[in-house]
Write a protein that binds this ligand. Structure first.
Ligand SMILES: *[C@@H]1O[C@H](CO)[C@@H](O)[C@H](O)[C@H]1NC(C)=O
Length: 346
């Protein structure tokens, strides 16, 4: 077909059109690839693979199908995948509830499914962890009777589900992080993950076989960062395996909110992004200038006559806090977190 004698002519004659088509196709693929990688270089969101971290990324892999039960004055919500390989206890922060980790469904009509919480659970289920969430009785976790009750609940639940042979791990955020650091002195965990929390290591006698501890934190919170550095040293000196994952700020984009919040459309997401830029809540690169909690974005949305469903206020708030990266639950580092957890499951 590619006759040597006609090759030079092949690039000009109309009869050789079929040769030019694949060549042009290859060239455009190469150009597209170059553009893609260039874009990746300048876009800090790519570092997190944010475009692959959409709220529905697990749709074909796992579905929410939780069970709920009330016991000892609190509620338990859990889900056990087929052939689980471990048990994960998740502890929310102050003002959190077990319902925040699970999407609303006929089985759990009161469930809320906050964007970061729900993705953490989906990551865990996809990796075959049985996931148990419990609500604190008050706004935050307490360290007297409540700690003993929750320890009892976890033991009882594991026995009832016949999961006692599996490794037990825990992840707690903020108040839940302090709580998990205390539970780990009593229950036998394979490892614990403390998210945006330094733990209460200055208030307890750390037992000799304290589990490996991963700190997932936001260095912008300088005070906490300092304490984490200090406590990592304390644990290390006791021969305890420690590690840390740092979570940095991210820029907003027109699709940032619709990528991460179920049901929030791209139109609304882009409108909010433009509004936040107009109002000076974000800088020219899309970064939040202040923490979401300190930004009067709800008032701005009301004034702008943009319709924001009541159900979206909390999720948007969470994502803005996450983008500012001072103190918020995060699922963005789930791959790294679970890799570390799985490498400490003896
Ligand atoms: C928790 O509830 C169970 C079942 O109702 C009960 O048997 C147990 O004593 C309670 N535990 C505590 C610490 O109150």
């Amino acid at each position: 077909m590619f006759n040597r004698g006609t090759k030079s002519k092949a690039w000009h004659g109309p009869q050789n059109y079929p040769v030019i088509v694949p060549v042009m196709f290859l060239v455009s693929v190469l150009v597209a690839l170059v553009l893609l990688f260039q874009k990746d270089d300048v876009n800090p969101m790519s570092a997190y693979g944010l475009h692959e971290q959409k709220w529905n990324r697990f749709e074909s892999l796992v579905q929410f199908n939780p069970e709920r039960e009330f016991r000892n004055g609190t509620d338990l919500i859990w889900q056990i995948p087929n052939s689980p390989k471990g048990v994960l206890f998740l502890a929310h922060g102050c003002s959190g509830r077990a319902v925040n980790f699970w999407d609303r469904s006929s089985k759990c009509p009161k469930c809320v499914g906050l964007p970061e919480e729900r993705l953490l659970v989906l990551h865990a289920l996809a990796r075959k962890f049985a996931v148990l969430t419990i609500s604190s009785v008050g706004r935050c976790w307490t360290f007297g009777k409540e700690k003993l009750i929750v320890e009892d609940i976890i033991r009882w639940w594991i026995n009832r589900q016949k999961l006692e042979k599996l490794p037990l791990v825990a992840l707690g955020a903020s108040s839940g992080g302090y709580f998990v650091s205390a539970l780990a002195n009593d229950l036998k965990f394979s490892s614990i993950t403390l998210m945006i929390a330094e733990g209460i290591f200055d208030q307890m006698d750390i037992r000799q076989d304290y589990p490996p501890t991963l700190f997932v934190h936001m260095p912008k919170d300088a005070h906490r960062q300092q304490k984490i550095t200090e406590f990592m040293e304390v644990l290390r000196n006791k021969g305890i395996d420690v590690a840390e994952i740092e979570c940095m700020e991210l820029p907003l984009s027109p699709t940032f909110l619709s990528d991460r919040i179920p049901g929030l459309t791209q139109t609304i997401s882009a409108r909010l992004f433009n509004l936040f830029r107009e109002k000076g809540f974000i800088d020219e690169n899309g970064y939040m200038k202040r923490d979401g909690r300190a930004t009067h974005w709800k008032e701005a949305v009301e004034d702008s006559k943009t319709t924001l469903l009541k159900d979206w206020v909390h999720p948007v708030q969470e994502e803005l806090n996450l983008a500012f990266a001072h103190h918020e639950m995060t699922s963005l580092q789930s791959e790294e977190i679970f890799k570390w957890v799985e490498s400490h499951m003896t």
